[in-house]
Design a protein around this ligand. Structure first.
Ligand code: UDP
Length: 259
């Protein structure tokens, strides 16, 4: 890891220069943060599980024609992606009231929404990612009108597809966050899905028991975070046993001690 040129370190991932121009390596860390990094922790093996879950979901979305940055997974914790200019807007899709929306509007958590709701937040750690309207995005030039339309369109398609996929494995997709980027190809600039999709940025509830299988386990001190993330991976048919993350961690430690 030390030989690559580090471009950026975020809360859950580190970005390194990729092997070819226009590529980036995303390294998934075990660090967990909540409430704008006021709460921090380490979930051993989270990076490995999220790397695999995100790979699986991006590939599946690619198969239905959603353009995305994922190229290939290159190790247990790393994936090669296309370099994009991240649009500074988080796109949140909600099917069931939960989290900040429940608090903000006094709607009981668990209330199904009559239609999927798309919200935008301005990506700013200093401002704690405030909720914004489309007009703010246009007024401050964070994205063009066409880009907003594309983000909305893709977000709703991703929601339809993932809702069905998760329902098929007994999980309700309550809400999730997406990020998009500008990818420059010759003269053209296209909007593509970027970042990651994993239980860190989704709310996933077990359909039978209502158990939370996502980062709310960490946010709300419920415990059992890794068991829940691994159960999501297991139901998706990836990471069939918990041993995989243990092996990855062991390898990681031995390669670190060698370097
Ligand atoms: N989310 C995220 N990153 C953020 C904000 C939200 O991944 O910076 C995800 C979050 O995990 C949840 C959805 O977006 O699945 C909606 O989050 P919400 O607005 O309810 O905020 P929270 O309750 O997480 O503060």
């Amino acid at each position: 890891m030390s030989r690559k040129n580090k471009l950026y370190e975020g809360k859950a991932k580190v970005l390194f220069e990729g092997p070819e121009p226009g590529t980036i390596i995303q390294y998934f860390k075990d660090d967990a943060t909540a409430f704008n990094a006021q709460k921090t922790g380490t979930l051993s093996g989270k990076g490995v599980v999220n790397n695999h879950i995100s790979e699986y979901l991006f590939k599946a979305l690619g198969n239905i024609g959603i353009p995305h940055h994922f190229i290939e997974r290159i190790s247990m914790r790393e994936q090669l992606v296309k370099a994009v200019e991240i649009i500074p807007v988080e796109v949140i899709v909600r099917n069931i009231a939960a989290g900040s929306m429940s608090q903000r509007l006094g709607i009981e958590e668990g209330t199904p929404l009559p239609n999927p709701l798309v919200e935008f937040c301005y990506k700013s750690d200093e401002l704690s990612d405030p909720l914004i309207a489309e007009e703010h995005i246009l007024t401050f030039g964070w994205a063009e009108e066409q880009e907003i339309d594309e983000m909305m369109f893709y977000a709703l398609r991703v929601n339809d597809f993932l809702s069905g996929m998760f329902a098929g494995i007994g999980i309700k997709l309550v809400d999730f966050k997406l990020e998009f980027g500008r990818f420059y190809e010759d003269e053209n600039c296209i909007t593509i899905l970027a970042d990651e999709i994993s239980p860190d940025g989704c709310r996933l509830w077990d359909m039978k028991t209502g158990e939370k299988m996502d980062k709310d386990r960490f946010r709300r001190d419920l415990g059992g975070e890794m068991e829940a993330y691994q159960e999501v991976a297991r139901r998706l048919g990836i990471l069939p046993s918990a041993d995989v993350t243990e092996i990855a961690d062991h390898k990681n430690k031995t390669s670190k001690s060698r370097s």
